[in-house]
Design a protein around this ligand. Sequence first.
Ligand SMILES: Cc1cc2nc3c(=O)[nH]c(=O)nc-3n(C[C@H](O)[C@H](O)[C@H](O)COP(=O)(O)OP(=O)(O)OC[C@H]3O[C@@H](n4cnc5c(N)ncnc54)[C@H](O)[C@@H]3O)c2cc1C
Length: 597
Amino acid sequence: MPQYKAPLNEVFFLLNDVFGLKSLQSLPSFSDLSADLVEQILIQAAKLCEETLAPLNASGDRIGCVRDAGGRVVAPPNFKAAYRAFAEGGWVGLPVPEEYGGQGLPYTLSMLIDEFASSANMALAMYPGLTQGALAALLRHGTQQQKLLYAPKLAQGRWTGTMNLTEPQCGTDLGLLTTKALPRADGSFSITGQKIFISAGEHDLTENIIHLVLARIEGAPAGVKGISLFIVPKILVNENGELGARNTVSCGAIEEKMGIHGNATCVMNYDGAQGFLLGEANRGLNAMFVMMNEARLGVAVQGLAQSEVAYQNAVSYAKDRLQGRALTGVKNPDKNADPIIVHPDVRRMLLEIKSFNEPARALAFSAAIDSDIVHHSSDPQARLAAEDRLGLLTPVMKGVFTDIGFENCVKAQQVYGGHGYVREWGMEQFVRDARIAMIYEGANGIQAIDLVGRKLPRENGRAVMAFFKDAGDILSLHANNALMNDYVLPVQESLDHLQKATVWLMNNAISNPDNAGAASYDYMHLFGRVALGVMWVKIAHAALVKKAQQTELTQVMDSKLLIGKFYMERMLPETAYRLIRISSGAVTMMSMPVEMF
Ligand SMILES: Cc1cc2nc3c(=O)[nH]c(=O)nc-3n(C[C@H](O)[C@H](O)[C@H](O)COP(=O)(O)OP(=O)(O)OC[C@H]3O[C@@H](n4cnc5c(N)ncnc54)[C@H](O)[C@@H]3O)c2cc1C
């Protein structure tokens, strides 16, 4: 069975050495946040994930969720107790303000814990994950009464949340949505329609489920401008907060699917169910985007999380498995073969994974700090800059982390040879579970279009220009430090590729929008490689500083410097070919007549 250890030392290094706790303490809400408290929180969360969530990952996959004839859905054995331990520990509502039942702690901590939980058991972690997204939308767009009625129970994990966008004829294109909302005399609405692929739509973990549902109020404009968002509780909630009548929403089926078997993916039927408008009428997509942005970061972290747990297991297998002899001579004379970690190609696979995991965690960390700045800073300029960075990097992280996360699971599986393909070792589950992250919350192709079509041009490119400036400043800061040359010079070259690609898009996308569409995926990956490279520059500098202090961590810091160098030599050069692909334009691709495919 696969093992999992939360990467606490990596996280403490980011927190103390790369970004510094002061990046959070400088926000008024967190001025008294102490290093001890943060450390204790992370240690406790790690323990819960390692000891309670991880042991259920394989059995949850094997047994999956079961729906009975009455439409009740039962989660895999012991999920309920594990979920309860998670909820009772206060982990669901960690970043929610205390007045709404949460702990009022930084989102940054919550995101770090999301990674641990997702590595330990992605299917189980999705139940609180979706609730956190629902809470974000509710707290941003709900009335005070709605917030007080629903948020505390969600934050305490006594209820879970869902997001209901997808319908059979409407996936990416939400303008095609047909679920109807008819006004009732009491100001609420009757919701009728069918939603599909709804994660955690029905289960037995909690006494109630709060569905956030996109629907069209009768007479609303066609397309995305006529969509509203509704709160539709599974069991209606009385004004005093007590549970009332069962609402007319039911689970019609659960999907048989490739992975995340422990999370029910439901067809949800709304038959005149009572719903309550959340936010303004016809502005539902705006409200849902709050939830989706949060969820997209969460999905990005799922990619990293699967990559991390797959890596940990692949490393220990590579140290144990004896096959062949090292090319440079016997390394293990007491045995009849050397461990496969001596072979360069096995090292290549492991280092490709590791050289992604470390800067990806740093980038997620930095995005989470931005989210805390957006919500808690008293400085409007700082909030605006953080919002720009977050908007720009969210599609990059979602697309790149989940693509590479999946590829890394395949690489880790490859380290096991045939043993990676059979169920016993658990590697094939990581591959199957990681695959969905590339599809949901907007397929990765859509993330790329969001980046190129919406995020780049917004406010005349303000966010991307700020990214270039920030990256340039970091490189200049270390330009005269010879020890940093291995990191600074390659990233400078790749940043140049990104700038050239951006100029190419500016010059060619307006005259032919297909050029933007054809370039978008490569552009997203080019962007991701550069952003991860910039993170490596920060990590390498922090590692050099720490090394100079000559603590017992010198060897760990040396390994970071080596892994960073590997990234520069072997991963970052991808930006050159991405630029070539982008600059080739759309003509060849679009000249092919449909019937020739
Ligand atoms: C396990 C699972 C869980 C899910 N959970 C939820 C959930 O909780 N709530 C929810 O609402 N939904 C959920 N979904 C639905 C998921 O978000 C959608 O499947 C996804 O957004 C894609 O929509 P689609 O399947 O209709 O594909 P389509 O929209 O039909 O897209 C098919 C392909 O075409 C591409 N494409 C489509 N339009 C364009 C375009 N304009 N330009 C370029 N390429 C395009 C896409 O990138 C994709 O590769 C879940 C799905 C699964 C499988």
